[in-house]
Each structure stands twice: as structure tokens, then as C-alpha cells.
Design a protein around this ligand. Structure first.
Ligand code: SF4
Length: 388
């Protein structure tokens, strides 16, 4: 079977993996364990690598996380699959200054343009990008500019208002230009949202303006299988069939030991597209109940998150024909913002769960009682929408 026809992008080397430049589409996943739980994170990296991952991402938010990362790197270096060690990437959140101590232990760093304003407020964004690019050059690693609709640069949000795709695309273009101006071109870009329609639009618009930049595709917080897979499939089938996309991540809410599924599902999806097996989607898919949930990562505040997400899905099954969106997030980093647009939001704290109705906070409830509270709220939301 002929390889999938792709738009030509430049080649970006990430460890022993090439992204773009005509290389096969690379498949990625992310460790969901707490980075400082070294045993669990080593096992998670090994499991995802065994599943056939090209790149594995780990989150680092603190110096302690970076120390753990160094050990995870050392302990997984000999875990070879087809003669290759895991290729590691790190996700920097708000503390971009960790780049300096992260870089020696990874092959790629992802930074989020929407998080660069948090630290060193007097320093310009351009200077911060120059600092990160300089570190990437010194350590011979790649970068990803990872733009996310839920945490877009506040200046862009203010400028674009409701046009969140516009804000996302402009942010991605601006950072690409900044890196170009610095003479740094070893980077890929991602534009993610939990709504596949926005993923389609954002990636199409970016690719039209910067066809040279390799794209990392993903529907973030797609949720649990099977809906999370269907949402991802819709976006990937369209984009990849148009030749857009050089690397993918299928982002699913799964128990830790099942994380390899993100890779197997990603490979199946690519195989289906390559062989012309496009799945038809029921005309009413996405019209009724929509459950968004994050794939969890090292920032997850309580490991009960996965069970909570599964329980909410089960509890809400009776509402499947109602146009209601429920968002369930694992932590305070993205939880408060990424639940704002949902009818019902739940985001996890260490000991309890924050429940929201749109942007309004309903309360903070223990894990064993939040489900009942969410049920009561769901009844209320359904009644409100029906005009009762
Ligand atoms: S919401 Fe928090 S726990 Fe979930 S994937 Fe995002 S950063 Fe990780």
C-alpha cells in the first residue's frame, strides 16, 4: 500500500525519530503517572514504549520533577524496542525556566505559549522564547510550540473574543515567526482543542499559512473510549487525508496500565486511513450528551480521577439524548479554565472535587459524594434547557 500522501514539511529530528520531511507519521503518548513516583513512571514509559510509541512525553513542573525525570531517563535508556530506547519529551507548564535543567534529559521540550506570561512578568515573551530556543540549540533537542484552546495567551483571547480558533492560530503563527527570527527551525506546532471541529479549522488555517512547519495533531481531552476515539478519528481522518499532520497523539482517559492503547489506537487509525478504511459517523454524533475528560498526567491531583470519570459517564447515561456537555479534569492547572465552557464541570483537588455549572462554582465535594451532587445538577441543567 502506498504511503499516505502528505504536504511537504521540513524534517525535525527528535532523538532518533524524524517528524515531518516525508517521514512516517510518528505516534506519541504521555505518561499519566506522577513524575516523582519514579517506579510508576519508569513502568509507564516502558509500557508505552512497548506499545510502539515513537515519542513519550512526561510533565515537569518543579525541580523535584526534573530530578525524577533524570532518573526515569537513566532507568529506561536500556529498555530497547527494535533496538531503540524511548524518545522522551517534556511538557513544561507555567515554569518555563525549568527548560535549562530539563534539556539534558530529553529529546524535545514542549512549551505552551499561553503559559509564558506566568513567570518573570517584566520579561518579554520574545526574550523567553529566545531563552528556550537557546537551550534547545545547546542541548541539541527539538521544540514543540503547543497551543491549546483552553489556555491560549490572554492577550490573544482579549483580541479575538469568541473566535478562539483565531486566537489559537495567531498565537501559533506568532511563535513560529519568533523562532524563525531567531534562526531556530527545529520545531513542530500543535493546535489542540477538545472540539474536533476547532481542531480541524485551526490546523487547516495554520497549515495554509505555514505549510513548511510539521504539525502534531491531537484532540485534547477527547475523553473515554469509544467516544474519545470517535472524536479523534473524525479530526485525524479529515486532516491526514488532506495531507496535514506529521505526528499524532490520541488523548484518552484510561487507567494507567492501559495507556498503551493510545498508541495502538493511533496506529490502527493511521492504518485505516492509509488503506482507505474511513468510518462513517452517525449523522447525530455529537448532538447529544458530550463528555470531555482529560487523559490525566503527572499533575493529576488524585488517582481516583479515572474512576470518577468512568462513574460520571455511567451516571449520566440517562441523559444521552440531551445536548449537555460535561467536562471532567484531573487538576487545578487546566481544570478551572477548561471546564468554563461546559454545562457541568468537575475538576479534581487532592481531597475533593470542584463542581461547576458553567463558570459558576457550585461547591467543593468529597470524592464519595460528588457524583450525587453532579446528578442533581445534571437534572437541573436538563430542566433549564427544556425551559422547565
Ligand atoms: S487537566 Fe491536569 S491532569 Fe489532566 S491532562 Fe491536563 S494537566 Fe494533566
Amino acid at each position: 500500500m502506498a504511503p499516505i500522501r502528505r504536504k511537504p514539511t521540513r524534517a525535525v529530528r527528535v532523538g532518533h525519530v524524524q517528524i515531518g520531511g516525508g517521514a512516517p507519521i510518528a505516534v506519541q503518548s504521555m505518561a499519566a503517572t506522577k513524575t516523582q513516583d519514579i517506579e510508576a513512571t519508569v513502568r509507564q514509559v516502558q509500557l508505552i514504549h512497548d506499545a510502539g510509541a515513537d515519542v513519550i512525553r512526561i510533565a515537569c513542573d518543579s525541580r523535584q520533577d526534573v530530578e525524577a525525570l533524570a532518573e526515569v531517563r537513566a532507568r529506561t535508556r536500556d529498555h530497547l524496542v527494535n533496538g531503540k530506547a524511548p524518545t522522551l519529551s517534556v511538557d513544561l507548564q507555567e515554569n518555563y525556566r525549568l527548560a535549562e535543567i530539563v534539556a539534558p534529559h530529553v529529546d524535545k521540550i514542549r512549551y505552551n505559549p499561553g503559559h509564558l506570561h506566568h513567570h518573570e512578568k517584566s520579561k518579554s515573551i520574545r526574550d523567553k522564547v529566545a531563552y528556550i530556543a537557546d537551550i534547545a540549540v545547546k542541548h541539541d533537542i527539538a521544540l514543540r510550540v503547543g497551543v491549546n484552546c483552553g489556555s491560549v495567551d490572554p492577550e490573544k483571547s482579549a483580541k479575538f473574543g469568541d473566535d478562539d480558533v483565531g486566537a489559537m492560530v495567531e498565537s501559533a503563527l506568532e511563535h513560529s515567526q519568533m523562532l524563525d527570527d531567531l534562526g531556530f527551525n527545529r520545531f513542530v506546532v500543535s493546535l489542540k482543542d477538545s472540539d474536533w471541529r476547532k481542531v480541524l479549522e485551526g490546523n487547516r488555517r495554520f497549515s495554509a499559512q505555514r505549510p513548511d512547519v510539521p504539525l502534531h495533531l491531537g484532540v485534547t481531552e477527547a475523553g473515554m473510549p469509544p467516544d474519545g476515539i470517535i472524536k479523534t478519528r473524525i479530526a485525524f481522518e479529515q486532516l491526514i487525508a488532506e495531507g496535514i499532520g506529521d505526528t499524532i497523539r490520541v488523548s484518552l482517559t484510561l487507567p494507567f496500565e492501559d495507556k498503551g492503547q493510545e498508541i495502538t489506537v493511533g496506529r490502527e487509525l493511521l492504518d485505516d486511513i492509509q488503506n482507505g478504511r474511513f468510518r462513517s459517523v452517525p449523522a447525530n454524533f455529537g448532538e447529544g450528551l458530550n463528555i470531555i475528560s482529560c487523559p490525566s498526567c503527572s499533575r493529576v491531583e488524585n488517582e481516583q480521577f479515572i474512576v470518577l470519570a468512568q462513574d460520571v459517564k455511567q451516571m449520566a447515561a440517562y441523559a444521552q439524548d440531551h445536548k449537555v456537555t460535561i467536562a471532567i479534569m484531573g487538576c487545578r492547572v487546566n481544570g478551572p479554565g477548561e471546564t468554563d465552557d461546559a454545562d457541568i464541570g468537575l475538576w479534581c483537588g487532592p481531597l475533593g472535587v470542584n463542581l461547576k455549572h458553567g463558570e459558576e462554582v457550585v461547591g467543593h465535594f468529597p470524592y464519595d459524594s460528588v457524583l450525587n451532587e453532579a446528578h442533581v445538577l445534571l437534572d437541573r441543567v436538563i430542566a433549564e434547557k427544556a425551559g422547565v
